[in-house]
Structures are given as C-alpha cells and as structure tokens.
Design a protein around this ligand. Structure first.
Ligand code: ADP
Ligand code: ADP
Length: 225
C-alpha cells in the first residue's frame, strides 16, 4: 500500500452559500513508501487545503483518504488525532515553535503527549538536533535563533514521533535563497536517512526538480509533471 492515497477528493468552502469556493475538484494522488513528491501550485490553488486533508486536519466533502492503506474518512475524531500524532509530521513556511520553550523542549513536548518518558524524549530530540546541525541550540528559545535554525528545529519537531508521512507547506519559503538551499539539503538528508515519505508544497522549481516526482495543481485538479 502507498503511505498516502487520495482518491477523488473534493472540497468546497462555504458550501451552499453565495460565497462558496470550490477548491478541490476530484483530486487523486499517491505517495509511495520512501517517496518524496513535490506539489507545485500557484497561490490560492488549494495546496494548503490538500495538505490539511491529507494530514487529517480537515475532512473532504467526498472522496477517500488512506494512510498506510487504512481509510481515514470514516474514523472517529479520537482515532484521527492518534493517527495524526503518531503517523504524520507537519512543517510549515513559518516554524510555529512555541516561543516560551527552548528548542529542545519544542521537540520533547510532542513525544510527551504520546506518552514517551522524558529521558527518552530528550535523547531522541538531541539526536535529531545533531543530525540537522543545531545541537548547540538546544537551550535556546526560538526568537534567539536564525530563520534557518528555526526551520531545522521545526523539522526535528515534525520527526519527533517517527511519522510515516511528512507534509510540508513551503518549508523553506521564508528563507533567503541561499539559506533555503542548505536548509532544504538538510531536510532531504534527514528524510532519506529515515526513509520517510513526503509531500512537499513549493513554488521553487529548482527544489521541486530535486524530488522524486512533481505534481502540479491548478484550479482544483492535479497532474503529473
Ligand atoms: P493555497 O495553499 O494553494 O494558497 P488554500 O488551500 O489556502 O490555497 O486556499 C484555496 C482557496 O480556498 C483560496 O481561494 C482561499 O482563499 C480559500 N480558502 C482556504 N481556506 C478557506 C476557509 N477556511 N474558508 C473559506 N475559504 C478558504
Ligand atoms: P498558506 O500561507 O499556508 O497558504 P493561508 O494564508 O492561505 O496559508 O491560510 C492560513 C489559514 O487561513 C489556513 O488555515 C486556511 O485554511 C485559512 N484561510 C485561508 N483563506 C481563507 C479564507 N478566505 N477564509 C477563511 N479562512 C481562510
């Protein structure tokens, strides 16, 4: 089974109202185990909506969402929350780290929520930080770190619970081009080393070309290439 499979997914915001917006018009796609897929779309095309549905943060009006072969659409909210916490990692354009906590704590907290003992969570956090080269920032709060460092910590947080699927929305979009390249390299090294499957939305064609496959999104539909 693919790690992620969407079939005929549709979504309209404000359905039935004068301000209805039909965002997804029957979207189908898969991400195989270990595959890194680029999602390239103009602004407003619906990529955030698609990523939210794939990550169980939102539900489609119709169509199926499967993670690891299991149907997600019929699951209870409680089961969806468990899948989201254990199997899916998210990275956004802005890091969304908790400002009052250290970098290390930001990576420890999601593990505590899953019931991992603190000592084990700390070790895993430090290992992830070392892999992306920010282990010396463990005690720093996000505001005292550079944009590139903040994103590296956000990658560690996304991987903290060992997800099967990483969903990323412009993960290097707020960095200057040079930093964006090196931070993207770091993310790819981490992803390849862990065999993680990824769907990564980007406007950056050079980055998209370095992924395994490119999906283009336009007016609510997807195509290869
Ligand atoms: P993208 O990430 O490609 O920029 P989005 O998925 O964020 O696109 O949004 C697609 C369209 O749906 C846009 O026109 C946006 O304004 C609209 N939209 C997104 N979320 C909502 C919402 N919660 N309610 C109403 N409209 C929304
Ligand atoms: P991104 O930068 O990732 O595309 P957006 O700025 O499009 O994010 O959207 C941020 C949040 O606001 C999302 O959760 C999206 O669902 C919501 N949103 C986007 N457009 C609208 C809208 N027109 N009405 C209500 N909510 C919206």
């Amino acid at each position: 089974d693919p790690v992620l499979a969407l079939e005929g997914v549709t979504k309209t915001y404000n359905k039935g109202k004068p301000n209805a917006v039909e965002v997804l018009r029957g979207v189908s796609c898969t991400v195989a185990r270990g595959e890194v897929v680029a999602l390239v779309a103009p602004s407003g095309a619906g990529k955030s909506t698609l990523l939210h549905i794939a990550g169980l943060l939102d539900t489609p009006d119709a169509g199926s969402v499967r993670i690891g072969g299991d149907d997600m659409v019929g699951l209870s909210d409680r089961r969806r929350t468990i899948v989201r916490r254990n199997d899916v990692g998210f990275v956004y354009q802005f890091h969304h780290l908790l400002p009052e906590f250290s970098a290390l704590e930001n990576i420890v907290l999601p593990q505590l929520a899953r019931g991992v003992p603190r000592s084990e969570a700390r070790l895993r956090a430090l290992d992830l930080m070392a892999r992306v080269g920010v282990e010396d920032r463990a005690g720093h709060r996000p505001a005292t770190m550079s944009g590139g460092e903040q994103q590296r910590v956000a990658f560690c947080r996304a991987l903290a619970n060992g997800p099967r699927l990483l969903l990323a929305d412009e993960p290097t979009g707020n960095l200057d081009p040079e930093t964006s390249d090196t931070v993207f390299d770091t993310l790819m090294d981490l992803v390849r080393a862990t065999g993680l499957s990824c769907l990564i939305a980007t406007h950056n064609m050079a980055l998209a070309a370095r992924m395994d496959r490119v999906l283009r999104m336009d007016t609510g539909t997807l195509s290869d290439g």
